[in-house]
Design a binder for this molecule. Sequence first.
Ligand code: UDP
Ligand code: MG
Length: 308
Amino acid sequence: MISVVIPVYNEAPNLPVLYERLVKVLDKLNQSREFIFVNDGSHDQSEEVLRELAKKNPEVRFINFSRNFGHQIAVSAGLDHTKGDKVVIIDADGQDPPELIEQLYLRSLDGFEVVYAQRVSRKGESWMKKATAKWFYRILKRITQIPIPVDTGDFRIIDKKVVEQLRQMPERQKFLRGQIAWIGFHQTYVNYERDERLYGKTGYSYRKMIRFALDGITSFSNWPLRLATISGFVFAFIGFILILYTLYSRFWIKNYEPGWASEMLTILFLGGIQLIGIGIIGEYISRMNDNIRSRPLYIIKDTNIKGN
Ligand code: UDP
Ligand code: MG
């Protein structure tokens, strides 16, 4: 069986189109299947549209969250409820072309537990989004030991084995593309061109993007913490040299003009560096705090999946 997990946030007009395209491509694969739509607290008609789809087709399952919990949590919830031997993760907005699932699936039959879709281009997105995404993935690659692929979203097919491992991972800051890279097994990719979204606008505000980026970095790298330490050492060293110089000026050459400008600069600059250091530590501590609280990851309002 193939399970398809689809996170949904205000995607009502996209759902019927997407569903039809999914059915069409999955028909070719000759496998039984289930569609798991996770409605992440949409404000539009998504819930009604999903109920309609489910009425007409028993393969359609939906999970309605009690509120918006975020894309990664929606996907995680979907994964928690899949029964398939292979699981496809795909966006609801048509940006991930469902037709590519055929290629992903065929490639997975060559013995790959993970086949992710790597975009060679993306259409209809602001240069800001493209540029920040491009740099984010490249920086992340440099500061982590895990080979997290660049230019890759969550669009992929993964084996049941991988899903089972994901279910065991207790962290609350879900960064699935990183977690899946971390899990290992055999992984490969196929290239694709990312399309424009069909209707509506992105559910990823800059605020959500920054949060997501910080989750990815803090979950897979301690380098920012080290950076704070390293810069501490560098500035302590510079400070030491300056102390020697100050003492030398004061007692040897007796040249100690009041240096207001340099003093201000030093204080402001070091103050800034210190605040950044504290901020970095704060980012990690707040995430530890989230994990210690260990509230449920998401709350299901209702679902048509049995056993819930
Ligand atoms: N999404 C979600 N919860 C959110 C934001 C987005 O479930 O809080 C879903 C959305 O419906 C889509 C996928 O996650 O299926 C990707 O989101 P979007 O297309 O808005 O992001 P973008 O492609 O612009 O990065
Ligand atoms: Mg999108």
